[in-house]
Design a protein around this ligand. Structure first.
Ligand code: PMM
Length: 294
């Protein structure tokens, strides 16, 4: 039996994990792989966040630096702040009923985001790339997502570091080190969530193995986040080359991940995932009836 966390504490709120949580993706990057440049203006970002909220998103994850596989461009902290802070401030002010998260690997961006209203820091490097991240997050009281990856922002989305002899054992060991580092820096246990980093330094078979192994990660007792949305391994499995057309593949992966212990789902297509996860969850809450009668 999986020993699931009941709540995830974030800055100023406690998120009940009594149903699957959806984190809607809002990339404010000119080069994001699947929605490149479309949500760059503040008003357009607020509009998109509002729509995701109305479709059932619990969290809006705002990111200003892409990790896309085909030549992600590193962004300095000043440029990233210029992109994400006005959007985070506007969502925090104008979109009620959602928690705002910042997708960044930089402590200066995390601090500015927390001041602008972000309640979660989602770090795809698991505090690996900026040693001040733990201290800043501990100080702000943010909830944190510690994701597994290898390499820097420009190559973590590639296969440059995708060499494993036992992917599950190695990813879990490396992620465990990130959790221990965050805890040592003072981040409270109930503010930590973990993410296996689907597609980050992982080929398709590695991502599938990590999704299959989610019960081992959920055993740690932290909420498990997964980000499969529109990713390349789904395109390979379902033979769909256009990322925006991978919604059905995404839903399939998320339902399987829910069943194996994931509780927070980072997605582009909120409505489809909300429907599917709510239905799958309702079925999972029932005991099997022995008689077979309706
Ligand atoms: N994937 C991307 C970006 N941020 N954060 C978490 N926690 N988990 C992920 O899997 C993840 C992430 C890359 O996807 P995008 O370019 O569509 O945002």
């Amino acid at each position: 039996m999986i020993k699931a966390a009941a709540t995830w504490r974030v800055k100023g709120a406690a998120l009940a994990l009594t149903r699957p949580l959806i984190m809607g993706i809002l990339n404010v990057t000119p080069d994001s792989f699947s929605d490149g440049g479309r949500f760059f203006s503040r008003d357009a970002a607020v509009e998109h966040a509002t729509r995701m909220r109305d479709e059932g998103a619990d969290i809006i994850d705002v990111g200003g630096e892409s990790t896309r596989p085909q030549g992600a461009a590193a962004v300095d902290a000043a440029e990233e702040i210029r992109r994400v802070i006005p959007v985070i401030g506007a969502i925090a002010d104008r979109v009620s009923g959602v928690v705002v998260s910042v997708d960044t690997v930089k402590a200066d961006v995390a601090r500015a985001a927390a001041e602008a209203g972000a309640q979660i820091v989602n770090d795809v490097s698991g505090f690996r790339l900026d040693p001040r991240m733990g201290e800043i997050c501990a100080g702000t009281g943010a909830g944190v997502v510690l994701m597994h990856s290898r390499g820097g922002v420009t190559d973590m989305g590639t296969y440059a570091h995708a060499e494993y002899s036992d992917v599950v054992a190695e990813v879990l060991a490396e992620l465990r080190q990130r959790v221990d580092a965050a805890r040592r820096a003072g981040v409270a246990r109930d503010r930590v969530a973990v993410d296996p980093g689907i597609g980050f330094a992982k080929r398709g078979e590695h991502s599938l193995n990590m999704l299959a192994a989610l019960p081992a990660l959920a055993e740690w007792g932290y909420p498990v986040v997964v980000g499969v949305s529109r990713k390349r391994f789904l395109g390979e499995l379902a033979e769909v080359s256009e990322p925006a057309a991978r919604v059905h593949a995404t839903v399939g992966a998320n339902v399987a991940a829910l069943h194996r212990g994931a509780r927070v789902f980072r997605v582009h297509d909120v409505a489809a995932n909300r429907q599917a996860l709510d239905v799958a969850w309702a079925i999972m809450q029932r005991e099997p009836q022995a008689s077979g009668r309706p």
